[in-house]
Design a protein around this ligand. Structure first.
Ligand SMILES: *Cc1c(COP(=O)(O)O)cnc(C)c1O
Length: 433
């Protein structure tokens, strides 16, 4: 499969190039040249297939031309070694729990898949060592570090702002060792991101080492997220409730929902989507007005969605040939304040004894307010509530049980390298490795 750039000014790229480069040379995002629909027979029998079997069929449509059958199956099976249950929270509103993976958030799926795909290309092409640079405000760093942990031929450098990530998040990428190095940067998230961008642009550094990124614009990270939309549908079908399915996605950079839109293009019978935002409502405003006005991000309690200029918006535009009308026909939106998010977490805890995390709470609320009669709703529960321990405990006024996986991280010993926000320091470190 070839990949084109959303800016249409770059040559077509192979999957390998698209994965290694991340961004096209014209600064556009890569898109698969064709989206292969899956046959009717697949959807008729999908309720009898396992998550892994379903995911393999979807992966084959995207990556089957570039990766041999047995290898692709191995990559998919290795990525999905945890369950993604569908849980009814209140009437006709189901949570798709994406938080049973290694770092208890949905980004585990894409990160792990990308690591395994990169490993395949490294072995096949006998590439020199690949160095993955990732700036994080918390969740991405942990998913990428754990997804790439122990993968031969790859070294991961995580840059995070000192004192600005939670203790649990920090432990998830500073205690691993092996091929993971964490830099504790004296600055904020933007400083971390600037260091990473400067590294990609530095000629001397790029001659010295092969550098790549692992953020959500990478096709190997975002496309695998289509898997669980199919599995969610399969589970609803088993319950005999899949006729008018609406899927609501708590969105920040809009990679997750874009993968869902791809699933629909492949024939998955989802009626429509809802994109739930926190106060960073740029996409919601676009739906209302047809105007896209990026803004600096605002800090909220659903912080993985604090994005003022969603990077995957251009993919959505491209998918619908820039038609505002076509986009509005399939996607509606909603946006909530911290107070509304807290209110929702508290209400659902008291009413249904289901503990939402702040991101999932946006999803649940948008579904509750947007679902019409005769429709069945799914919202993506993107992270485990214990990842936002203090926020959630403060809201419900009770202690939250920390899952064993998170507790195991807490016991690890933090090892990180202190780094200034001065690029010269970062560069001189990398030149010595
Ligand atoms: C990353 C993240 C999101 C937003 O996903 P996008 O693909 O960026 O829209 C939502 N919730 C959680 C918990 C996340 O980590």
């Amino acid at each position: 499969m070839k990949y084109y750039s959303t800016n249409k000014q770059a040559p077509l790229a192979s999957l390998q190039d698209a994965v290694l480069k991340g961004l096209a040379s014209d600064k556009g995002l890569f898109m698969p040249l064709t989206i292969k629909p899956l046959p009717k027979e697949f959807f008729d029998t999908i309720d009898r297939l396992s998550f892994r079997e379903i995911a393999y069929r979807v992966a084959d449509a995207f990556f089957g031309e570039d990766v041999p059958v047995a290898k692709l199956e191995q990559i998919v099976y290795d990525t999905l070694n945890f369950d993604v249950p569908l849980v009814e929270v209140t009437d006709n509103k189901y949570a798709l729990e994406l938080f049973h993976g290694p770092t208890l958030a949905f980004k585990d799926v894409g990160a792990r898949f990308m690591a395994r795909l990169l490993e395949f290309f490294i072995n096949k092409e006998r590439l020199e060592k690949v160095n993955v640079l990732v700036a994080t405000s918390g969740d991405t760093g942990s998913a990428v570090a754990n997804g790439f942990l122990g993968v031969k031929g790859i070294h991961v450098y995580v840059l995070y702002p000192k004192g600005k990530v939670t203790e649990i998040q920090e432990k998830q990428f500073t205690t691993l060792g092996q091929n993971i190095t964490a830099f504790e940067v004296d600055g904020n998230f933007d400083d971390c991101q600037t260091l990473v961008k400067s590294a990609f642009m530095d000629e001397e550094l790029n001659k010295h080492m092969l550098l790549t990124s692992a953020n959500s614009i990478n096709v190997a990270r975002f496309l695998p997220q289509a898997f669980y939309y199919f599995y969610a549908y399969a589970q609803l079908k088993r319950l005999g409730k899949s006729d008018n399915t609406v899927v609501c996605v708590p969105s920040g950079n809009f990679g997750n929902i874009t993968a869902g839109l791809f699933a629909k293009r492949m024939g998955l019978p989802i009626r429509r989507f809802i994109a739930a935002n926190n106060r960073n409502d740029i996409f919601y405003q676009y739906l209302l007005s047809g105007m896209y006005n990026p803004k600096p991000s605002i800090a909220t309690i659903a912080n993985a969605m604090d994005v003022g200029d969603p990077s995957n918006f251009v993919r959505i535009l491209d998918l619908y040939e820039r038609s505002h009308e076509a986009i509005c026909a399939e996607i509606s939106g909603a946006a909530y304040t911290n107070e509304q998010i807290s209110e929702t977490i508290k209400e659902i805890w008291q009413k249904a004894h289901y503990l939402l995390d702040p991101h999932g709470a946006c999803g649940y609320r948008a579904l509750k307010e947007g679902l019409k009669s005769g429709e069945t709703g799914i919202f993506l529960e993107t992270a485990h509530p214990a990842k936002f321990l203090h926020t959630v405990e403060g809201i419900i006024g009770e202690k939250v049980v920390i899952p064993a996986k998170l507790q195991a991280f807490m016991k690890g010993e933090k090892k990180s390298i202190r780094m200034s926000k001065d690029f010269a320091d970062f560069k001189s470190y990398l030149l010595k490795v």
